[in-house]
Ligand binder design. Structure first.
Ligand code: SF4
Length: 279
């Protein structure tokens, strides 16, 4: 501190925070490579069942993977598809679900939590799709998205009741491997700490930025590996920075002082790798 300021008891002004700038492609690639070393490259072939993916993602809201899967399994049991196949082929008879009272859907998905809200949303989504059917053979088919321009499919999905960018991205990426990338709570948190996103960015901006920085053809890998990192190391409340493989390239790392004890071992969260579609 300069002597004059010290004499007046003034603290020198802190440097103003640097304005956020989009990370370079090289930096994103370094993060991707490090994550790849730790978590590998996820191998998940597109399953080509967009309506299943849409309903599964609605069921995943505000619950864990297990409860989501139980709720989906119960829907499959209640509305088992025993009819002929294409183009309405799927694991669920959605036509029957569309005709069923909303209470029947609610009862089936109760183990997934907030079933009243989710059942009403599912019903509203099915009604909206039926009301704007594009396939004369099946009013609930979303199969046209396989060939449609991705912007058109995204706009269609986000116009459905309660469907936002994350859900739309799940449908497009996991069903058809299209270049969209869901930014869930883990990807958002880890990406913000790594400086991928502008602090305080809203959902739309997060998705736009994620699309802008994701290397071509690597949406699935980046999404899954950032999500895994959020679940296993970069925890919301207490990120495990001292053992984080990204610490050297992370502007938000918190390293322990010399007097701090080493942090206790944590139990790793369990779950399938399909967890990519959650949250
Ligand atoms: S260094 Fe810490 S804040 Fe940065 S990514 Fe790793 S765990 Fe998260």
């Amino acid at each position: 501190m300069p002597p004059a300021e010290r004499a007046l008891g003034r603290e020198p002004a802190a440097d103003p925070p640097k304005p956020w700038r989009r990370p370079s492609a090289a930096r994103v690639a370094r993060v991707r490579d490090r994550l790849r070393e730790v978590y590998g490259i996820p191998l998940m072939a597109p399953h080509e069942r967009p309506l299943d993916e849409l309903i599964l993602t609605v069921l995943s809201q505000s619950t864990n993977d297990r409860n989501r899967d139980v709720a989906f399994m119960r829907l499959r049991e209640r509305f088992a598809d025993t009819g002929p196949s294409a183009p309405c082929a799927g694991s669920i008879d959605y036509e029957a679900m569309l005709r069923a009272p909303v209470g029947e859907i609610e009862e089936a998905i109760r183990p997934g939590g907030i079933s009243k809200v989710k059942s009403a949303r599912i019903k509203a989504i099915l009604q909206a799709i039926a009301g704007s059917a594009r396939d004369p053979r099946c009013q609930l088919s979303l199969d046209w998205m396989r060939e449609a321009p991705i912007e058109e499919s995204r706009d269609y999905l986000t116009a459905l009741p309660g469907v936002g960018r994350k859900t739309a991205a799940c449908v497009l990426l996991f069903s058809y491997g299209l270049p969209d990338i869901p930014v869930d709570t883990h990807v958002s948190r880890v990406g913000t700490r790594l400086g991928f996103f502008r602090p305080g960015a809203g959902f739309e901006e997060l998705h736009d930025e994620m699309l802008a920085i994701t290397p071509a053809g690597q949406a699935l890998e980046l999404h899954v590996d950032l999500l895994r990192h959020g679940r296993r190391t970069c925890f919301a409340r207490d990120p495990a920075c001292p053992r984080c493989p990204l610490a050297r390239m992370c502007p938000s790392r918190r390293l322990p002082s010399a007097r701090q004890k080493p942090e206790p071992r944590r139990t790793q969260p369990r779950g399938s790798t399909k967890n990519a579609i959650t949250a």
